[in-house]
Design a binder for this molecule. Structure first.
Ligand code: MTE
Ligand code: MO
Length: 163
């Protein structure tokens, strides 16, 4: 068994007073505190996590809010088809099709403990099923719904580390 690699926490990451915004193509813009999220129904997901850099963390146990529940609270517009998930580390953002977003969790806990900031706390996106490592956005700050596919930066930023 091996755990996640630990990477430097960028200076821009500020957990005090953190809130999650859900906006864009929605009927109701949400701004939720950690306590607001903890008061929602929590779900669990277990699995391995592999990075394209060539390491794997096995048997991770995540717990958090289902992204579909968050979206339901915000009420996506009819035209909403994509989500751009923003992070606190500046320009890092990853796009998803809402169709692929179904089983995703916004994780608040890892292995029974509050998610450490080193691994993306207060909240990290955990996509369901097969996904690329850069799609597991750490330090999530905002989920922005879009009608058309948004430009994102996550893949490029993650792969630029390999060069
Ligand atoms: N906000 C943000 N999320 C991110 C990244 C990042 O640089 N910024 N890197 C991604 C990549 S490439 C990997 S492999 C994992 C690393 O997670 P870890 O630091 O918990 O091992 O976070 C992903 N999520
Ligand atoms: Mo990665």
């Amino acid at each position: 068994m091996s755990g996640l690699e630990t990477h430097e926490v960028p200076e821009a990451v500020e957990t005090d007073g953190w809130r999650l915004t859900v906006d864009g193509c929605v009927d109701r813009r949400l701004s939720l505190s950690h306590d607001d999220l903890r008061a929602m129904e929590l779900a669990s997901a277990t699995g391995d996590f592999s990075c394209v850099e060539g390491w794997t963390a096995t048997d991770l146990s995540w717990r958090g809010v289902r992204v579909v529940d968050l979206l339901r609270c915000a009420g996506p517009d009819e035209e909403a088809a994509f989500a751009l998930v923003h992070a606190m580390d500046g320009e890092y953002a990853c796009g998803y099709s809402l169709d692929d977003f179904g089983g995703a969790l916004l994780a608040l806990e890892l292995d029974g403990e509050p998610l450490p900031v080193e691994h993306g706390g207060p909240a990290r996106l955990v996509p369901a099923g097969d996904s690329d490592c850069w799609e597991s956005v750490k330090w999530v700050s905002r989920i922005e719904l879009h009608a058309t596919e948004p430009a994102d930066t996550a893949r490029e930023l993650a792969l630029s580390r390999l060069r």
